[in-house]
Design a protein around this ligand. Structure first.
Ligand code: CAA
Length: 258
C-alpha cells in the first residue's frame, strides 16, 4: 500500500484515477509529485482490474508547472544530477491508455505532463502554455519535442518563444486536445471514455496505443510495418474471434483478454 502525499489515487470501475492534490501550489510538480505519479502509474499498470488511466487536477489548475520554488536556487550541477527523466520514463512505460483531463492552467511541466498522457480532454477553462522562457529557462520535461509534434512548428515556436497561453479552443484547433467540454462534464467524460477503452480487449487497446505512439516517434515506414505486425498478431487472439463473431451475430462481444 503506497501512501500518497500529493496525489489522490483511486479506481473507478476499470479506470485508475489520479488527482493531483497540491492546491496551494496550483499542483506544481515537485520531486515528490513526480515520484508519486510514477508510483501510481506503476500500480495501475500492475493491476489487472484497471484497463485505462485518467490524470486530472483541480478546477483551477491541472498543474501550473514544475515547482519554481524548488528549482529557484539550483546550480547547474544540481539540475544535471537530479534528472527526472528516469522517473518520467516509469510513467511513460505504462502500456495502458491514459487520458489527461485538464481544467484551468496546464503550464510548463503541467502541459508536458498532459502531453505524456495518450490524449487530452480539456474543460473550456483550460489554458495551455510553456512559459519557461519567462523564467530564463526552456521546457525540461519534453515540451519542445512533444508540443512541436502535437501542434507543428509554427504554433510550438510561438508558444515556447513568447511564453503565451493558449485557450482550449485554440488547443483543440491546433491538435493538442482531443475534446473540449464544459467544466462540469470534464471528469465524467474522461472517465466514460477510459471505461469504454477498458471494456475493449486489452490486447487490442495496448496494441493500438503502441502503434499510434510509433507514429508520434518514428518514421512512417517503421510505423506502418509495426502496425501490420500488430494487426496480424491480433488474429492469434480469442478476442479477435469473439469480436468479429459478435459483430456477425449482432450481439455485444465478451472480451476475455486472451
Ligand atoms: N511552482 C511553484 N509554485 C507555484 C507555481 C509553480 N510553477 N505556480 C503557482 N505557484 C504558487 C504561487 O507561488 C502561489 O503561491 P503563494 O500563494 O504561496 O504565493 C500559488 O501557487 C497561487 O499562484 P498565484 O498566486 O500566482 O495565482 P494566480 O492566479 O495569480 O496566477 C498562474 C496563476 C498564472 C498560473 C501563476 O501562478 C503562474 O504564472 N505560475 C507559474 C507558471 C510557470 O511559469 N510554469 C512553468 C514552470 S517551469 C517548468 O515547468 C519547467 C519545466 O518544463 C520542467
Amino acid at each position: 500500500e503506497t501512501n500518497y502525499d500529493a496525489l489522490l489515487v483511486e479506481t473507478r470501475g476499470a479506470v485508475g484515477l489520479i488527482t493531483l492534490n497540491r492546491p496551494k501550489a496550483l499542483n506544481a510538480l515537485n520531486a515528490r509529485v513526480i515520484e508519486e505519479l510514477a508510483l501510481a502509474f506503476e500500480a495501475f499498470e500492475a493491476d489487472d482490474a484497471v484497463g485505462a488511466v485518467v490524470v486530472t487536477g483541480s478546477e483551477r489548475a491541472f498543474a501550473a508547472g514544475a515547482d519554481i520554488k524548488e528549482m529557484a536556487d539550483k546550480t547547474y550541477a544540481e539540475a544535471f544530477l537530479e534528472d527526472f527523466t528516469p522517473t518520467w520514463r516509469r510513467l511513460l512505460a505504462c502500456r495502458k491508455p491514459s487520458i489527461a483531463a485538464v481544467a484551468g492552467y496546464a503550464l510548463g511541466g503541467g502541459c508536458e505532463l498532459a502531453m505524456m498522457c495518450d490524449m487530452i480532454f480539456a474543460a473550456d477553462t483550460a489554458k495551455f502554455g510553456q512559459p519557461e522562457i519567462t523564467l530564463g529557462i526552456v521546457p525540461g520535461f519534453g515540451g519542445t519535442q512533444r508540443l512541436a509534434r502535437a501542434v507543428g512548428k509554427a504554433k510550438a515556436m510561438d508558444l515556447i518563444l513568447t511564453g503565451r497561453m493558449m485557450d482550449a479552443a485554440e488547443a483543440e484547433r491546433s491538435g493538442l486536445v482531443a475534446r473540449v467540454l464544459p467544466p462540469e462534464r470534464l471528469l465524467d467524460e474522461a472517465l466514460e471514455a477510459a471505461e469504454k477503452i477498458a471494456g475493449f480487449s486489452r490486447l487490442a487497446a495496448l496494441s493500438a496505443k503502441e502503434a499510434v505512439d510509433v507514429a508520434f516517434e518514428g518514421s512512417l515506414s517503421e510505423g506502418v510495418r509495426l502496425e501490420r505486425r500488430l494487426f496480424q498478431a491480433l488474429f492469434a487472439t480469442e478476442d479477435q474471434k469473439e469480436g468479429m463473431a459478435a459483430f456477425v451475430d449482432k450481439r455485444k462481444p465478451a472480451f476475455r483478454n486472451r
